[in-house]
Design a protein around this ligand. Structure first.
Ligand code: BTN
Length: 243
């Protein structure tokens, strides 16, 4: 995958970019990056809505991908998002919150929704709070925006920078998987500390001991090690990430 492979499409208004991008998955071998200026029915993980405030980024990538290697893709997508934000300003704290949120100064600045597309296409939907953060009453985790952290960019510019990083990390995952997984681990918040995992109506506590080859979270509980495929995590102990 190279940056030059991407066809960037910008639409004025869509319901969800994750739906709109399907219209372009008609031929084999395409790399589509569809960005919408306005999104009227954005969705988040686990059935939540994604407040899509004007000026923020609503982007969906679509390309053919072997679902067996989904773990690698999750790593590449979140690591490249983390790196894109770090490249704007190395000073604020930028961390990955499992599975693929990005935290900026301990608040969520970005979320990702992976869905299966048509045929062998996979869709990676990315929302970045560029200029606005959502209303705090309706969200699960404190939110922020790049603007609040003093970073100035636009959704269009961020898209280009992200695609550069994403193409780079997808290749790194193919050529040097070990190094990329290590980088993910180094940039993830809370490994080795106590967390709470929220799944449907259940809550579980344990030590976040890392991820497995599929990207599942490994939670060490009093009853042993559990693999968590889907859920939301909350940090219980103050985490010292060595900063
Ligand atoms: C989450 O954190 O719950 C994931 C949020 C994903 C939001 C993005 S915005 C672009 C794409 N289109 C959608 O409807 N959702 C994703």
């Amino acid at each position: 995958m190279k940056y030059e492979d991407w066809q960037i499409i910008t639409l004025d208004k869509v319901t969800s970019t994750n739906d709109a991008v399907n219209n372009y998955c008609d031929k084999a071998g395409r790399f589509i990056a569809l960005r919408a200026v306005e999104q009227t029915a954005g969705r988040g993980r686990r059935g939540r809505i994604w407040q899509s405030l004007k000026g923020n980024l609503f982007l969906s990538l679509a390309f053919e991908y072997d679902l067996q290697n989904l773990g690698n893709l999750v790593i590449a997508a979140s690591l490249s998002l983390c790196q894109t934000i770090k490249n704007y300003s190395p000073s604020p704290e930028v961390k990955i919150k499992w599975p693929n949120d990005i935290l900026l100064n301990n608040a969520k600045v970005s979320g990702m929704l992976l869905e299966k597309g048509i045929g062998n296409y996979i869709i990676i939907g990315i929302g970045v709070n560029i200029v606005h953060s959502p209303d705090s009453q309706h969200i699960l985790y404190p939110a922020t925006s790049l603007t609040e952290a003093g970073i100035t960019t636009t959704a269009a510019e961020f898209t280009e920078n992200y695609l550069q990083q994403f193409s780079y990390y997808v290749n790194m995952l193919q050529n040097n998987k070990q190094a990329a997984w290590q980088m993910w681990t180094d940039n993830a918040k809370g490994i080795g500390s106590k967390i709470e995992v929220l799944q449907e109506n259940k809550k579980k506590q344990g030590i976040f001991s890392g991820i497995d080859e599929n990207g599942s979270l490994l939670l060490d509980t009093a009853d042993g090690r559990e693999k968590i495929l889907v859920g939301d995590i909350f940090y219980i102990e103050k985490v010292n990430d060595g900063i």
